[in-house]
Design a protein around this ligand. Structure first.
Ligand code: NAG
Ligand code: NAG
Ligand code: NAG
Ligand code: NAG
Ligand code: NAG
Ligand code: NAG
Length: 224
């Protein structure tokens, strides 16, 4: 389905989940996407080449009107299910279609190791499930000293797509254990912590990983 048609086709949206556009996804299967890890997709030998330092873009296409989103990485060629490094803590995306974080940081401070030429890793983007659990998409990558940062054409934000910071208590919860509003899954709902679209909430969100993106994030909110 062409994503540009999505706004016109309300019925299929509930099952449209999200697509990982960049780094290149292992694949997409709506039915297995709730399976941890990687939405049931097996490892690809076709790895997206990323620079060994700096940042890389994560481009998504959102199919749910509201999602909790988190970006994780597992280092190594055969990561199994050890997605134990959080690159971007859980935050909220509202609206359908293209959403891109142009500069996802992967510094030594986050990874605990220095990336060297030829190292492999797998990026996993996870969101809250529908209605429970998570939705998962992975991209196999290889860090290479022979490439530099480049932004794919898929790295853009659709007009009506906006991100909101969660309060830190919600940001620390994995997206697969969160509701789209940032509450714990399975809680009664009475203790819901909702995302705030105010600039104040974005400024207050100063977790280690988000700090780098924070400036761009606050900038994005400022134009709302
Ligand atoms: C990275 O993965 C590629 C293919 O997926 C493999 O050929 C290569 O040996 C791996 N590199 C390392 C350092 O394990
Ligand atoms: C490998 O990925 C590139 C994009 O990074 C894509 O253009 C190409 O078609 C893919 N090849 C295979 C065999 O999947
Ligand atoms: C993540 O998991 C891998 C594989 O189990 C392990 O080697 C590594 O030490 C873990 N890293 C962190 C930061 O927990
Ligand atoms: C949620 O995601 C984390 C990080 O990927 C993972 O370790 C955990 O097992 C997942 N939880 C469930 C219930 O699948
Ligand atoms: C990473 O590289 C820096 C600069 O060379 C070095 O100071 C640091 O100890 C290295 N970190 C690790 C975990 O190897
Ligand atoms: C999309 O919006 C997010 C959140 O406001 C922002 O951090 C990011 O830079 C935007 N992406 C692009 C490609 O402008």
């Amino acid at each position: 389905m062409k994503f540009s048609l999505l706004p016109l086709l309300l019925a299929p949206l509930a099952s449209a989940h999200f697509h990982l556009e960049y780094p290149i996804s292992r694949g997409f299967d709506e039915d297995t996407m709730p399976n941890f890890p990687c939405g049931g997709m097996s490892q690809s030998s076709n790895r997206t080449q990323l620079p060994i330092s700096g940042s890389f873009p994560v481009a998504l296409s959102m199919g749910h009107i509201q999602s909790a989103v988190e970006v994780l990485i597992a280092l190594g060629s055969e990561p199994g299910d050890s997605y134990n490094i959080t690159l971007v803590p859980t935050f909220q995306v509202n609206g359908l279609g293209a959403f891109c974080l142009p500069h996802v940081d992967f510094s030594e401070a986050l990874l605990g190791v220095n990336i060297t030429d030829g190292m492999n890793a797998t990026v996993q983007v996870q969101t809250n499930g529908d209605p429970s659990g998570g939705l998962y998409a992975c991209a196999d990558v290889q860090f290479s000293s022979s490439v530099t940062y480049s932004e794919p054409s898929s790295c853009k934000n659709n007009t009506n797509v906006a991100a909101s910071a969660f309060p830190s208590s919600s940001a620390q919860r994995n997206a697969n254990e969160s509701t789209a509003e940032g509450a714990a899954q399975g809680s009664s709902g009475s203790s819901t912590t909702s995302a705030s679209t105010s600039k104040g909430a974005a400024v207050a969100l100063q977790t280690a990983a988000w700090g780098v993106l924070g400036a761009a994030f606050a900038g994005g909110l400022a134009v709302l």
